[in-house]
Write a protein that binds this ligand. Sequence first.
Ligand SMILES: [Zn+2]
Ligand SMILES: [Zn+2]
Length: 189
Amino acid sequence: MHRVTFSCTCGSVAGQVRVASPAAGNHVVCHCPDCRTAELALGQPDPAPDGVAIWQTMPDCVQIEQGGDRLAILRLSPKGLYRWHASCCGAPMFNTLRHPRLAFAGISAARLSDTTPLGPVTCQAFMAKPGGGYRHTGFNRAGLRILRMMLRANLSGTWRATPFFDAQGQLRADIRVLSRAERTALRQP
Ligand SMILES: [Zn+2]
Ligand SMILES: [Zn+2]
């Protein structure tokens, strides 16, 4: 069992994530246009041609110890993923879904003090194919693992132990949705 500390770039938002083993999540590198757009929207360096590294795990593994009130949520569209970031410095921190029962936390691996406990990257997602479309490696396996973990969290009730929602199921941060014009302006070729 490892406890890996994380923090935003300026250090105001910090905490730790419990990593039981590399099998307790997915070490993913996502190359999708949305992850890239989100980095740019938050004033971060362009990750391309590399993707964005994410540790996918359960919300009850995440402990926010300071600066929780500085977290804000960006959505790239009204249906988009909840992209939690530090409002102090723009650092992307977490991705979650819209409801606490959809127990999921993607943690930006760049925020972690040590990625060794995650093991090697097991999934490369949304790599652009020449001529259009995407290819992935380890995608189905990663999806299946996270679905199993979500199911277990629902059956055991550990979905309730989330730092992202309060006891009433309300998000603990404000949401901003990018307008279509903002999104288009940020899309890179
Ligand atoms: Zn910060
Ligand atoms: Zn992505």
